[in-house]
Ligand binder design. Structure first.
Ligand code: XMP
Length: 599
């Protein structure tokens, strides 16, 4: 782990974050570093003697109750050493529990935003300069019901009487909320108060030190072996690859890009050029289009499509690993895993799916089991990865790319078993395609409701869409018709497969939308912008295009984003010129209840 690595510039970190198992533990370390103080992460049980010389410790949150058997704990001696301690969430409960306070088992927990009220009187150093009331973000089950001897309760919320406690004389502070997340509006200020006022830290960290540290870690992990990557052209694998290339030199790093035939227009050329510019000849393209398109050409079921793609990926990767002797001890696997990918609950679905692909490859499993793997970005968040990419001179075209799913256009090209007309309902027309949604914890495949109105500024129509899905059973998406060659009531679903003709149609549509969205700057307003082909139209023009621009933070939830009508209309005009395209629809559905992708 980078954070556990011997440091180049910093011999003894001023701050250690003790990891009690919380998903935001690394985020705390990162926020501290952003404030200019290097922080390392260590297991919570690290003996106090090993933490000598620190100016402060932060105990992270964690998933357990202090009463659970085997739950994370800390060496109690840390509370009487010369450094200050800040407990966050579980860290507060643990501090209270170990120092003689009372922790009460929560009954229903508290999650989300709350208002912290400081308890009047002189402010503790932790809250110096803060307003009396502020928004904080809570996520906890148990609560501290009684402070330990020598502590005072210094903040509360409407449901949590001891949301903050302090014993300034001993340098001990704790908060029930999470100062490290953005939803705690004064979180940075609180952390800065702890670092500089309570602990007396000095600035010793500049984010630009990241790259030499990562390079050092790559050298140590790789030793005298070589590294190979399966690169995708996405931000993470490109930055990870570039870091290895720069550290080890082009003779020792190889990238393999698999062209499945499901890529967007110009993608393979784009990726080829990009890697040429980074280091000519270091990435080879594996053309396996027919291996994917042939078995996919006959299936229509979305899950079956995904399964075939997964299986073919496995075959291709096994073959490459074997034919290039990548298991022979001279090679280790490089991956673009980033920090959120490594935390199960906070990880993106994308990561989970990528992982299932990779984990099923026996050769790759072997490499992982033998720890023959290097993941230079494992402790960084996406925005840090972009900054690192900038420092390495990777172009903005690459760094600002939207996420793109591994199964590529296959899951954006819906197929249908049979011909079937659309049906009229009081709310609009039901399109009998099967699009995926998330309702409860399940993926559901349901038809889609099409309405004849366009979204305007604000989210009124999107909110109405949510209401319609909740009210009408049996649909999981609502789309608005932007424009079409025939009226909605004359449209039908047509029996269709993932044919080369339809993939070409989708590629054209996707390419037009990407160009227009880039030229107009709309692509900067969205997190991702899938363009989907659905087999809905007329006999002469059997397909329609759905625009699915969304905003999101991590892909786990998403909001449908409105586009200005003149731009939308003019994109629709261009799309309707594509051979075989009958209509253009706009997806109004948030996630949940719909997923971002349509399959
Ligand atoms: P959904 O459709 O589940 O998508 O709301 C959430 C995010 O994950 C991406 N996605 C995938 N990425 N392989 C991937 O690499 C997949 O099979 C896959 N399915 C969805 C999707 O593009 C979005 O960013």
């Amino acid at each position: 782990m980078l954070n556990e690595a011997p440091l180049i510039q910093i011999k003894v970190p001023q701050i250690t974050v003790l990891d009690a198992g919380g998903q935001y533990c690394h985020l705390i370390a990162r926020k501290v570093r952003d404030l200019g103080v290097y922080a390392e992460v260590r297991p919570s049980e690290t003996p106090a003697a090993d933490l000598a010389g620190r100016r402060g410790l932060i105990i992270s949150g964690g998933p357990s109750s202090v009463y659970d058997r085997g739950s994370a704990t800390v060496d109690p001696a840390i509370f009487s050493a010369s450094h200050a301690v800040l407990g966050i969430c579980y860290g507060q409960q643990l501090m209270a529990h170990l120092l003689g306070g009372v922790v009460q088992k929560g009954e229903k927990g508290e999650y989300g935003l709350a208002t912290l009220e400081l308890n009047g009187g002189p402010k503790t150093a932790l809250f110096s300069g803060l307003p009396e009331r502020q928004q904080v973000w809570m996520s906890h089950f148990d609560v501290v019901a009684g402070v330990p001897p020598g502590f005072a309760a210094v903040g509360k919320t409407s449901t949590c009487a001891i949301a903050a406690m302090a014993s300034p004389a001993r340098g001990l502070y704790a908060v029930q909320f999470h100062p490290e997340v953005v939803h705690t509006t004064q979180g940075n200020r609180i952390l800065a108060n702890f670092l500089f006022d309570v602990c007396g830290c000095e600035k010793d960290w500049d984010p630009r030190h990241r790259v030499p540290l990562i390079e050092d870690e790559i050298r140590r992990t790789v030793g005298d072996r070589n590294v190979f990557f399966f690169v995708s052209g996405g931000v993470d694998s490109t930055v990870a690859f570039t870091l290895c290339l720069r550290t080890l030199g082009r003779e020792r790093v190889r990238g393999i890009y698999v062209d499945t035939g499901l890529m967007r227009e110009g993608e393979t050329e784009f990726v080829g050029k990009m890697f040429e510019s980074l280091g000519a000849g270091t990435v080879t393209v594996e053309h396996v289009e027919q291996q994917f398109l042939t078995p996919l050409g006959t299936v229509r079921d979305p899950e079956q499509k995904r399964q075939i793609i997964g299986e073919e990926f496995v075959r291709v990767q096994e073959r490459i690993i074997e034919s290039r002797h990548l298991l022979d001890g001279h090679w280790i696997l490089g991956q673009g895993t980033i920090y959120p990918d490594t935390i199960e609950s906070g990880g993106t679905e994308k990561a989970a799916v990528i992982k299932t692909h990779h984990n099923r490859v026996a050769g790759i499993q072997q490499l992982i089991a033998a720890k023959r793997i290097v993941e230079p970005l494992h402790s960084f968040y996406k925005d840090e990865v972009r900054e690192i990419g900038r420092e390495l001179g990777i172009s903005e075209d690459v760094l600002e790319r939207h996420p793109f799913p591994g199964p590529a256009l296959a899951i954006r090209c819906l197929c249908a078993e049979r011909d079937e007309p659309v049906s009229r309902t009081p709310e609009g027309f039901v399109l009998p395609v099967r699009s995926v949604g998330v309702q409860g914890d399940e993926r559901t495949y349901r038809p889609v409701l099409a309405v004849d109105r366009l979204p305007t500024a604000g989210n009124a129509l999107q909110n109405e869409a949510t209401e319609l899905i909740n009210r009408l059973r049996g649909i999981n998406r609502v789309v608005a018709l932007v424009s079409a060659h025939v009226p909605l009531e004359q449209m039908s679903v047509f029996s269709s497969t993932l044919s080369p003709e339809r993939l070409t149609r989708l590629r054209r549509a996707d390419s037009i939308v990407r160009r227009r969205s880039h030229e107009s700057g709309f692509d900067k307003k969205v997190w991702q912008f899938p363009v989907v082909l659905i087999p809905v139209g007329s006999a002469a023009r059997p397909d329609s295009v759905v625009l699915r621009p969304i905003d999101s933070v991590d892909g786990m939830t998403a909001q449908s984003v409105s586009m200005e009508e003149p731009l939308l209309r003019s994109i629709a005009v261009e799309l309707l010129e594509i051979e075989g395209v009958c209509g253009v629809f706009y997806d109004l559905t948030h996630k949940p209840p719909a997923t971002i992708e349509w399959e």
